[in-house]
Design a protein around this ligand. Structure first.
Ligand code: AMP
Ligand code: ZN
Ligand code: FE
Ligand code: FE
Length: 282
C-alpha cells in the first residue's frame, strides 16, 4: 500500500518520523512519502527508520503558497533534500512563517488570549529545520485553556475569516514548482477538492505542475473522479495520500486508509524520471 502524504513533528504532525514509519509499517504501507510543511528536516530520520523494515521512502515536501489571496499547498516528490535551490527557498518560507506567527500572536493578545507566542517563536528559531504554523499556535491555545483542541482553535480563532486569521504572504505556486524542480523533483497540487480553484488548474499546469492529488482523505469518490478527469485532460499524473497528522482532529484518516494504486504511483514515478532526463545535461 502506498501513501504519499504524511506529516511528522518536523512540522505539525504528532509523531516523530521514526514513530510514523513504525506505525505505517504496522498498517501495511510499503511505499510512503513524508511531506512536511516547508521542511525536509524529517526525511533523513524517515529513511533511516524505513530501511530495516523494507519500506520504500519517496523524499517529499508540502510547500505553502498564495494564489488569489488563498493558501495553496504544493507537494514535491522525488526531491533531493540537499538541494541548495530548495534550501534557499525554504529559508524564505521559514522567515515568512515566523513573521506571520508574530502577527497572529499580536491578534490573539488583542483578543484577550494571552499565550506566549514570542516564546514559541524563539523555540522554533532555535530549531531551523522545524516549521511553525497555526497548528502549533493552536496547541499553545489548548495548553492555555483557550481552546478545546486544534479544530476548535481553527474554528473560533485561527481559520480563514476568524478573528486571529492573518493572511499568508509569500511564494506563488510557480515559485514552489521552480524550487521543487530545482531540487530534481516533481510537483503535485495538494487536495484540490478543498481549494475551489478549478478555473486556475490549467494555468497551474502551465506553471510546471506534474500531477493533481486526486486521492485525499477529504475527497469523496465523486471529487476524486473529477480530478482524475481534469488531470487526464491537462496531461497530468495523479498522486494521493491520507494527509495523516497523527491526530484525530483534522483530515480524519488512519494510516493505510487512503492509499494510491501501484499504477498511479508508476505513472508518477515515470514523470519524475522523464523530468530528470529533461534536466540532465547532454
Ligand atoms: P499554516 O501552515 O499555518 O497555514 O497551517 C495550516 C495547517 O493547519 C495545515 O497543516 C492543516 O492541516 C492544519 N489545519 C487547517 N485547518 C485545520 C483545522 N480546522 N483543524 C486542525 N488543523 C487544521
Ligand atoms: Zn499540516
Ligand atoms: Fe495541505
Ligand atoms: Fe498536508
Amino acid at each position: 500500500m502506498i501513501d504519499l502524504h504524511l506529516h511528522t513533528t518536523a512540522s505539525d504532525g504528532r509523531l516523530s518520523p521514526a514513530a510514523l514509519v513504525v506505525h505505517a509499517h504496522a498498517a501495511g504501507l510499503t511505499i510512503l512519502s513524508v511531506t512536511d510543511h516547508d521542511t525536509t528536516a524529517g526525511l533523513h530520520e524517515t529513511q533511516l527508520a524505513a530501511r530495516p523494515l523494507g519500506l520504500r521512502v519517496v523524499n517529499g515536501i508540502e510547500i505553502s503558497t498564495v494564489e488569489q489571496g488563498r493558501d495553496v499547498h504544493v507537494l514535491g516528490y522525488f526531491i533531493d533534500p540537499g538541494s541548495d535551490v530548495l534550501a534557499a527557498f525554504l529559508l524564505q518560507q521559514h522567515a515568512q512563517r515566523l513573521a506571520r506567527a508574530a502577527v497572529i500572536g499580536d491578534r490573539l493578545r488583542e483578543l484577550g488570549c494571552d499565550i506566549d507566542v514570542a516564546a514559541l517563536i524563539a523555540e522554533f528559531s532555535r530549531q531551523p529545520g522545524k516549521t511553525i504554523g497555526r497548528p502549533q499556535i493552536a496547541d499553545a491555545l489548548v495548553a492555555h485553556g483557550s481552546a478545546r483542541d486544534r479544530t476548535d482553535a481553527f474554528d473560533r480563532l485561527l481559520g480563514e475569516g476568524r478573528p486571529a486569521y492573518v493572511p499568508r504572504k509569500g511564494a506563488t505556486l510557480a515559485d514552489a514548482v521552480a524550487a521543487i524542480r530545482g531540487a530534481g523533483g516533481i510537483a503535485s497540487l495538494a487536495h484540490p477538492g478543498l481549494l475551489d480553484m478549478d478555473d486556475h488548474l490549467e494555468r497551474f499546469a502551465g506553471d510546471g505542475l506534474a500531477a493533481l492529488e486526486a486521492r485525499h482523505s477529504d475527497h469523496d469518490a465523486q471529487t476524486e473522479d473529477r480530478y482524475r478527469s481534469i488531470a487526464a485532460r491537462l496531461g497530468l499524473a495523479v498522486s494521493g495520500g491520507s494527509d495523516f497528522h497523527g491526530d484525530d482532529s483534522h483530515h480524519q484518516s488512519g494510516l493505510g486508509t487512503v492509499t494510491l494504486s501501484a499504477d498511479d504511483f508508476a505513472r508518477l514515478e515515470l514523470r519524475a524520471r522523464a523530468s530528470d532526463r529533461a534536466a540532465a545535461p547532454r
